[in-house]
Design a protein around this ligand. Structure first.
Ligand code: ADP
Ligand code: MG
Length: 397
């Protein structure tokens, strides 16, 4: 199913290659009947190509036909082709725009008409101008075969195109379903703790011992924290604002994300060791909020992986076309299996984890055409390496 995601590119190629290939094959391996008359079905791919493909493919097909026609010899035939192919070709890619919107029946009628016109034209030129005479019964046979051929090809072609359209629709529907599914489950994830909190606060109103009150209050607080956590990990990801594609300065974005996480680090007595590059010569493209959120989620995991008084290293490296952000902790580390599940929604090993942080990070970085690689040793620590493509600023002089 993977190729479905490249459907557009594929469709362009698909549309072009088949007519070209069949045209060339038709012309190279014709059924020769007479000295002056080359029997082949070249008009079918030629018409299909220029009607469905528009002017670019149309011109290409005209050029190919004439070149091959020239190379295969027969002067008169070549001159006739020089008139008929450009004439019919150019008129068919003018028709092309309307043709694509026609019903199947109309498409067939138009193509048959075109075949008829070209045939009358060829016949006229060859008898009047070059004095070549080909029996009328041969013309009839030729016409009938071409008509049958083009009708069959048009029907097949339409079936294939419809198939592509259906596939496209399925892919779109699938994507939408994932999004709506996620939105539903996240709101569920937030609503649950809120409901529990509400329940306990309600019970606080009743006359209970102060000991019970403390217990209820702490449960209510815990649940509120849980809801906050889900929102924190997911916040900008779920934001419905359209994606901004700004030019971002990486150092600044990292610095901002670090500032947001700092209180959490201080609370656990963890040192953030930063080494950034100050450089105006390049930028990355993405949404500032989402990018900061994804860094924040990685930083937070690093901090959470360590007991008190650890160190979290954040380094920025610059290469010719990419940059790397390495986030290294000396925490609990992960097993291979855990690494492979990173980014999966709701995958968490923490008691109060949401398993949403990495999902958000992976999806944002992927949208920015970046990659994430993780190396980790259980018990020793983890290194997240985010690689992003960079764009260079024009150097002002
Ligand atoms: P959460 O932090 O809520 O559990 P995440 O999606 O942020 O959800 O992380 C998923 C899981 O990945 C974590 O529960 C943890 O097991 C693992 N993980 C992520 N980063 C690290 C890290 N720096 N060190 C150890 N484990 C990590
Ligand atoms: Mg996390």
């Amino acid at each position: 199913m993977k190729y479905v995601y490249r459907l557009d590119a594929l469709k362009g190629w698909f549309l072009a290659i088949f007519p070209i290939l069949s045209l060339v094959l038709c012309m190279l391996f014709p059924v020769v009947v007479e000295e002056h008359f080359v029997w082949d079905l070249r008009w079918i791919p030629f018409l299909i190509g220029s009607l469905y493909g528009g002017y670019r493919l149309g011109f290409l097909l005209i050029a190919i036909t004439l070149i091959i026609r020239y190379l295969t010899g027969g002067e008169n035939g070549f001159y006739i082709s020089c008139i008929t192919f450009p004439l019919i070709g150019i008129s068919s890619f003018f028709i092309s725009k309307y043709y694509l919107k026609m019903s199947l029946l109309k498409k067939n009628i138009v193509s048959i008409l075109l075949i008829f016109i070209f045939q009358v034209l060829t016949q006229f030129i060859s008898t009047q101008v070059f004095g070549i005479n080909i029996g009328i019964s041969l013309w009839k046979q030729y016409f009938i075969i071409q008509v049958v051929g083009i009708v069959v090809v048009i029907i097949l072609w339409e079936v294939i195109l419809t198939n592509f359209q259906i596939l496209e629709k399925i892919v779109k529907a699938e994507k939408l379903e994932i999004v709506s599914h996620l939105a539903a489950s996240i709101s569920h994830e937030v609503r649950n703790p809120l409901t529990v909190t509400r329940g306990y606060i309600q019970m606080l109103q009743e006359d209970v011992s102060s000991q019970t009150k403390v217990k209820y209050a702490s449960i209510a607080l815990q649940e509120l924290d849980r809801a906050t956590e889900v929102i924190n990990d997911y916040l900008t990801f779920a934001a419905t604002t359209p994606e901004n594609n700004e030019h971002l300065r990486v150092s600044k974005e990292i610095q901002d994300a670090v500032n947001i996480i700092k209180p959490l680090a201080n609370m656990k007595g963890i040192d953030l060791k930063l080494s950034l590059l100050e450089d105006d010569a390049y930028y990355i493209i993405g949404d500032s909020k989402k990018f900061q959120q994804s860094l924040f989620n990685v930083f937070k995991n690093g901090i959470e992986s360590m007991p008190v008084n650890g160190e979290l290293y954040i380094h920025l490296f610059l290469h010719s076309t990419t940059l790397q952000i390495k986030i290294q902790d000396k925490g609990v580390g992960m097993t291979k299996e855990q690494i492979s599940r990173l980014g999966e929604p709701y995958f968490t090993t923490k008691e109060k984890g949401t398993g949403l942080g990495m999902m958000v990070t992976y999806s944002t970085i992927k949208n920015m055409n970046g990659t994430i690689s993780v190396s980790s040793v259980k018990g020793k620590g983890t290194c997240f390496c985010i690689t992003l493509p960079i764009h260079r600023n024009e150097i002002d002089t």
